[in-house]
Design a protein around this ligand. Structure first.
Ligand code: BJW
Length: 247
């Protein structure tokens, strides 16, 4: 194990951060936790909806069996997220984009808070809760469109078939373009931050391994250890909103 467990940033990391050109950041639900978005796992708890674990309700099987129930779960979550603002972690990551010549932000989050903080070209691996997609023709709809969202009319204006949330559920393939871009960037990273993810869900959890294999320095920021902690060069145990603004 090569873990420097600490609550402050080491001199080595400061120096690497100062000199880095190619920086790769992978975020998960923990980066939005301090904004008030519930995580899926962590703190010994697992999210559930009406007693159903989230990996059942957010699954390809449930979408086939009970699309209205899936919509109810996502409508509920949009209602929660709508009132929420980006936090200091989202803002720090948005600033990093200005600082590094080659900066990549890959998020597993569907909440859109990185964009709200000003991040550009975010690779959204698991889609976005503010979009719907036709199950038949693939037409996409912006659910920030108040009229459509208020009507909760989830049928396609193009072909009349059902819409579904434009997110990647368990057992579904990730958007190929997003996955390919993330792999290419992970393969050229010098410095890789893994922030607020339990690192249990693949393929996202594989990116730090890819970056490590090409010699990148891997830094994890999380209040709890994860299966990736042992791979990391530094583990900063703490909240993203408190640690990231220190850089
Ligand atoms: C803080 C904090 C603070 C708290 N500051 N931190 C290889 C091996 C085994 C299985 C597979 C494999 N490859 C693929 C699979 C199957 C599956 C998978 O990975 N399963 C594992 C769980 C075993 N993967 C898939 O199905 C993916 N599809 C795929 O690979 O297709 C091909 C294929 C299919 C089937 C079989 C094989 C291949 C798709 C995955 C889609 C994930 N979708 C979800 C739901 C999205 C929609 C929705 O929002 O409902 O995405 S699941 C859920 O987990 C969500 C998240 O993006 C994802 C990751 O969670 P994340 O972000 O890590 O959050 P948490 O809650 O888990 O952790 C929060 C962390 O924050 C904790 O560590 C806290 O400590 C920390 N924290 N406060 C910093 N303030």
């Amino acid at each position: 194990m090569n873990v420097n467990q600490q609550t402050v940033i080491s001199d080595e990391l400061c120096e690497r951060f100062r000199r880095a050109r190619r920086v790769f950041v992978l975020t998960g639900a923990g980066v939005s936790a301090e904004s008030g978005v519930p995580t899926f796992r962590g703190g010994g708890q697992t999210a559930a909806w009406k007693g159903m674990p989230f990996d059942k309700i957010s699954s390809a099987g449930m979408l086939e069996r009970n699309l209205p129930e899936v919509w109810e779960w996502f409508n509920y979550r949009r209602d929660v997220i709508e009132k929420i603002e980006p936090n200091a972690a989202h803002h720090a990551i948005a600033r990093w984009q200005q600082r590094f010549p080659d900066f990549t932000l890959v998020t597993q989050n569907v909440d859109g808070l990185h964009e709200a903080a000003g991040s550009k070209d975010v690779i959204e691996l698991h889609g976005n809760i503010w979009r719907a997609r036709c199950i038949s023709c693939g037409a996409k709809y912006n659910l920030r469109d108040k009229e459509r969202a208020a009507a909760r009319d989830f049928t396609c204006a193009e072909c009349g078939n059902y819409l579904r949330p434009d997110v990647v559920l368990f057992g579904e393939m990730l958007p190929v373009g997003a996955l390919d871009r993330a792999v290419v960037k992970a393969k050229s990273a010098e410095l890789c931050f893994v922030v607020g993810t339990s690192a249990l869900v693949y393929p996202a959890a594989g990116f730090p391994e890819i970056a490590k294999a090409v010699g990148a320095y891997i830094v994890e920021i999380n209040p709890e250890p994860t299966p990736l902690s042992d791979l990391c060069d530094e583990v900063i145990q703490g909240k993203a909103g408190e640690i990231l603004p220190l850089f």
